[in-house]
Design a protein around this ligand. Structure first.
Ligand SMILES: [Ca+2]
Ligand SMILES: [Ca+2]
Length: 79
C-alpha cells in the first residue's frame, strides 16, 4: 500500500511539473515587466537598467514591446 501511495505521489508530481512548464511557456514573467502585461515596454526596459540600444535589437517585430519569445531570443544573443 505504501508503494502504491508513492507511485501516486510521483505521478502527481510529474503532472504538476508539466503544468508548471506549460504555464511558464505561455506566460511571460520577468521582473522588468512591472505592469504584468507579459511584455516589456521601452519604459520598463529602461527602468530595469537594460541597455537602451538593445531594445530595438530585442524587439524583433518592432511593435515597441518585448514579448516572451523576443526576450528569450535576445537573451540567447547575449552569451
Ligand atoms: Ca509590461
Ligand atoms: Ca515586439
Amino acid at each position: 500500500m505504501a508503494r502504491l501511495t508513492t507511485l501516486i505521489a510521483l505521478g502527481l508530481a510529474a503532472s504538476l511539473a508539466a503544468a508548471t512548464a506549460q504555464a511558464a511557456e505561455g506566460r511571460f514573467i520577468h521582473p522588468a515587466d512591472t505592469n504584468k502585461d507579459d511584455r516589456i515596454s521601452r519604459q520598463e526596459w529602461a527602468a530595469y537598467k537594460l541597455p537602451a540600444a538593445e531594445f530595438d535589437k530585442a524587439d524583433a517585430n518592432s511593435d515597441g514591446q518585448i514579448d516572451g519569445p523576443e526576450f528569450v531570443a535576445w537573451r540567447q544573443t547575449q552569451g
